[in-house]
Ligand binder design. Structure first.
Ligand code: TYM
Length: 330
């Protein structure tokens, strides 16, 4: 049976990209695999966070996981910082990493540039983000990691670190594979289709948040950039904006690009955008309703306590093997 691990940072309000690229795809695995779904708050603190807000977002993200259909009876749902083995194995993975390979990571480079411009310094945690992510995954002997396309390089380094450790100290870790969805693996900004839709975009029109109300979604899709060609056609080179909207449409409806092109032949962008809005609202409305029921509920704490216990048991077993292999014992 496959072992699935994935995580999302409680670093901002989740986007449609997070949903289509990751969260939505977590759910079907719980029927057929051993699943660990984590709220990776220790990754969130690789850039400055406000304590009260981080606390609130951590709980809210757990509620959102469950509102999306995650079943605590079938999947282990937990908070990263509550299972200390993540940080402990994270340190061992940092010590297995090379400065050069971390400096070459594209996500490190872009986040470092951004933080330096904003704060005047580069937090070291940004550089050690990938070995901590490797520890997350390797602790559970994970076989498959459902993530969006932007995580490809992090998954490659995770495999490299696992192989390097196994070669030097003996076979401790399973080599995990990345699993990315057919559609929705890279949702782009609604205002600049050459960049990824992101939680931290300063332009509010660029991003659809999972918690946006219907009115806001209508306005954001209306304002989404298209082009002057006027036909619904998939071509990322010549019609990047429309192609991005079509990829969201395809991911939500299950239709192919050819089907969508046929359905909207001779119709303008207005009708297409209206139908796309209906699809997004139709998907999000029931999630939102469940989410609001869950956020204040004590049930959430019971679920996360139980998740911590289950995660800890498995994580501890791997961690014990790893410290013995490395000679970190008396
Ligand atoms: P985070 O919180 O930045 O992103 C969470 C997930 O959302 C996906 N994603 C997208 N997918 C499609 N289109 C987009 N525009 C888009 N934006 C984000 C990401 O690919 C990711 O799957 N490094 C992870 C967090 C992490 C993790 C782990 C994941 C830490 N440890 C272990 C898996 C396994 C991240 O990027 O989180």
């Amino acid at each position: 049976m496959d072992v699935i691990f994935s995580g999302i940072q409680p670093s901002g309000s989740l986007t449609l990209g997070n949903y289509l690229g990751a969260l939505r795809n977590f759910i079907p695995f719980q029927e057929k695999a051993e699943c660990y779904y984590c709220i990776v708050n220790q990754h969130a603190i690789t850039v400055p966070q406000e304590a009260a807000l981080l606390h609130e977002r951590t709980r809210n993200l757990a509620a959102l996981y469950i509102a999306c259909g995650m079943d605590p009876k079938k999947a282990t749902i937990f908070v990263q910082s509550e299972v200390p083995e993540h940080a402990l194995l994270g340190w061992m993975m940092i010590c297995t990493s090379y400065v050069g390979e971390m400096e070459r990571m594209t996500q490190y480079k872009s986040k470092a540039r951004k933080e330096e411009a904003k704060e005047g310094f580069i937090p070291l945690g940004l550089m050690t983000y990938p070995p901590l992510m490797a520890a997350d995954i390797l602790l559970y002997q994970t076989t498959l990691v459902p993530v969006g396309e932007d995580q490809t390089q992090h998954m490659e380094i995770t495999r490299d670190l696992a192989e390097r450790f196994n070669r030097k100290y003996g076979e401790v870790f399973t080599l995990p594979k990345m699993w990315a969805p057919q559609g929705g693996a890279r949702v782009m900004s609604l205002q600049d289709p050459s960049s990824k839709m992101s939680k931290s975009d300063d332009n509010e029109w660029a991003t659809i948040h999972m918690l946006d109300d219907t009115d806001t979604i209508v306005k954001k899709i209306k304002r989404a950039v298209t082009d002057s060609l006027g036909h619904v056609h998939y071509d990322k080179e010549t019609q990047p904006g429309v192609s991005n909207l079509m990829s969201i449409y395809a991911a939500l409806s299950g239709k192919s690009y050819e089907d969508i092109e046929r359905d909207y032949e001779g119709k303008g962008y207005g009708i297409f955008k209206k139908d796309l809005t209906d699809l997004i609202v139709g998907e999000m409305a029931p999630i939102l309703e469940r989410y609001h029921e869950l956020t204040g509920s004590p049930e959430l704490d019971r679920i996360l306590d139980e998740g911590r216990e289950k995660a800890e048991a498995k994580a501890h077993a791997t961690y014990t093997r790893a410290i013995h292999a490395m000679g970190l014992y008396r």
